[in-house]
Write a protein that binds this ligand. Structure first.
Ligand SMILES: [Zn+2]
Length: 85
């Protein structure tokens, strides 16, 4: 008896270690940080289901500060916008 091919819902994620830790999770928006390299897990390109817009390759620790800078820039722009109106 042939069973229908079941598509796995698990996504493959990996961190930025020299030998990346790979994990599978049923999530498209995993927010997990590796305690060894301090970088967030990103979708493994080898993952057959990888079809998200390719993000810039994360350079470990700088990513978070960049995100904060961006957030502050956006908040600042919003404040200025409100002030203008
Ligand atoms: Zn790591």
């Amino acid at each position: 008896m042939r069973e229908p091919k079941q598509k796995s819902r698990l996504r493959l994620w990996e961190c930025q270690c020299p030998r990346p830790t790979k994990i599978r999770a049923a999530s498209d928006t995993l927010q997990v940080i590796c305690l060894s390299c301090g970088s967030m897990f990103t979708r493994a390109r080898r993952d057959a289901e990888y079809r998200e817009i390719a993000h810039r390759p994360s350079r470990s620790q700088t990513v978070r500060s960049e995100a904060m800078d961006l957030l502050e820039a956006v908040l600042g722009a919003l404040r200025n916008h409100e002030a203008v109106e």
